[in-house]
Design a protein around this ligand. Structure first.
Ligand code: HEM
Length: 480
């Protein structure tokens, strides 16, 4: 288990696929990467003939459909504009662009997350929004508790939480799976980050932390949040009602931190908060309360909805592709290739529905992408979702075919749901462990089907791609 997880945590280095695999292919190479300023004339990629407002609206309403249409009309590299931002976003679905963004020196390609609508929520001290030396320092502090071997320690808790969830299901139940998965991933994250195991007692700081976090997260699921998100574009601080709700949530974070500071270090557990409180940087400094708060909120936000929706999407696809579901079920319940099928199914789920559809870097130099040359300070992004649907990389791209990845490591630059380089998702090993255990538990103990055979539309919420109806399923049969 440990070896398997460590392998997923470090980026894969194997070539994307054996040549014989008819379900995997290659893209013709392009010229891409940093270039000497002034060495070539600027040429911006084309943009959809829509106002920035309409582009943002259409992207938010149907990211995959909008970006696919744009690529079909304009080619694999496009310019995308959003209201309230002067910066142009250049989106490329070519894997060589991903490789260049992930391997160029970090100072030349700082992450654009610092400017995302997450910034006012996670605060100025978060790993998500830091760049340069501050980012490296935070990554060094946070890496140990998210390393594959450390994650192996949580597998028992993850399994218990997953089994408890499925225990409550009955044949005939109908529900949006994303909601159930959020309950699971919130418990896992609370246990891994704060050491809160099971139900915290009423009146405790841990209980209020869990409830306030839940409340905040539930607000972000309402349609009105889309307006709030657009309003916060380019802003650095929370405003209006968001600020009021955040103040309440922050109070509970600070209360947990204050109580934990009272406990002698020797009695601390191995949860992330304890590890962060004990950690010092190169100059021997501990993290301040504000730094701890920003880091903890970031981890809860980054790790909760992403993993839950990734699982919900995988089931949304599985119940509509009975052959894939049947093969997985047979493998999990019968033969000895269960682990391989589980892994391949997760890889295929994250290919067709990467919950973070774009990752961007604000280039600090002129940048070439194939026939285009874009100026310094442009946000150049990897268009993960349309790259994952390129027919040259993934023949039959819209089908759900886990067998593409059976016994095959996904390509480092052709399968990038966790981004890459020095900003690659810090929680990838945890997210993979959760998905493996939860998927296996559900497939082993239940037969699910769709509530409506129509595929669920994808919408963009809080920087993640979520199924419009939350991945509605019906429990056909429950096994004990
Ligand atoms: C299926 C689940 C998840 C997906 C698809 C996902 C995806 C991503 C992506 C695309 C990035 C940006 C990478 C880049 O810019 O190159 C990222 C960053 C990050 N993720 Fe995840 N993530 C998931 C789960 C988690 C979990 C469980 C945690 C931790 C609790 C987590 C913590 C982080 C952090 C801290 C970063 C920032 C890393 C940095 O900037 O150095 N993620 N994630």
């Amino acid at each position: 288990m440990i070896a398997a997880m460590a392998a997923t945590e470090t980026p894969a280095t194997a070539p994307s696929a054996p040549a014989a695999n008819p379900l995997l292919g290659e893209a013709p190479p392009i010229e891409v990467g940093p270039i000497e300023p002034g060495s070539a004339q600027y040429r911006m990629p084309p943009s959809m003939e829509l106002s920035p407002f309409r582009q943002a609206l259409q992207f938010g309403a149907r990211p995959l459909a909008f970006l696919t249409k744009a690529n079909r009309q304009l080619g694999e590299t496009i310019t995308f504009r959003v209201p309230g931002r002067d910066t142009a976003f250049v989106l490329s679905s070519h894997p060589d662009n991903a490789k260049a963004l992930f391997t160029t020196k970090a100072e030349l390609v700082p992450s654009a997350t610092a400017e995302s609508p997450l910034r006012p929520i996670v605060g100025p001290n978060s790993i998500l929004t830091a760049n340069g030396a501050r980012h490296m320092r935070q990554r060094k502090l946070l890496l140990p508790p998210f390393h594959g071997e450390a994650i192996a320690e949580y597998t028992r808790q993850i399994r218990e939480v997953a089994e408890r969830e499925v225990d409550t299901w009955r044949a005939g139940d109908e529900f949006p799976l994303a909601k159930r998965m959020q309950a699971v991933t919130l418990q896992v994250i609370m246990s891994g980050i704060f050491g809160i195991d099971g139900e915290p007692a009423p009146g405790t700081a841990e209980r209020s932390l869990r409830d306030e976090t839940r409340f905040f997260l539930s607000l972000s699921e309402r349609p009105i949040w889309r307006v709030v998100e657009l309003y916060h574009q380019g802003k650095m601080e929370p405003h209006g009602p968001v600020k009021a709700v955040m103040d309440r949530m922050d109070k509970s974070f600070y209360r947990v931190i204050a109580e934990r500071r009272e406990v002698p270090a020797a009695e601390h557990g191995n949860d992330v908060l304890s590890i962060l409180m004990a950690a010092t940087d190169d100059e021997g400094r501990h993290l301040s309360d504000e730094e701890l708060r920003d880091e903890l909120v970031s981890l809860v936000l980054a790790g909760h909805e992403t993993t839950a929706n990734s699982l919900a999407w995988t089931f949304e696809r599985l119940v509509r592709f009975p052959e894939a579901y049947g093969s997985l079920r047979d493998a999990v319940r019968g033969d000895d290739r269960g682990d391989e099928w589980v892994e391949a199914t997760i890889h295929e789920g994250m290919r067709v529905r990467p919950v973070i559809p774009l990752v961007g870097r604000r280039v600090q130099t002129d940048w070439r992408v194939g026939e285009y040359v874009v100026p310094v300070d442009t946000i150049v992004s990897s268009n993960i979702i349309t790259m994952h649907h390129r027919p040259d990389l993934y023949p039959r791209p819209y089908d759900f075919l886990p067998q593409r990845f059976l016994g095959v490591k996904p390509g480092t630059y052709t399968w990038i749901p966790f981004g890459g380089g020095t900003r690659r998702c810090l929680g990838a090993a945890l997210a993979m462990a959760e998905q493996r255990i939860v998927l296996e538990t559900i497939v082993r103990r239940s037969d699910l089907t769709y509530a409506d055979p129509e595929p669920e539309r994808e919408i963009h919420r809080n920087v993640t791609l979520v199924p419009k109806l939350g991945g509605r399923v019906v429990v056909k049969r429950k096994l004990d």
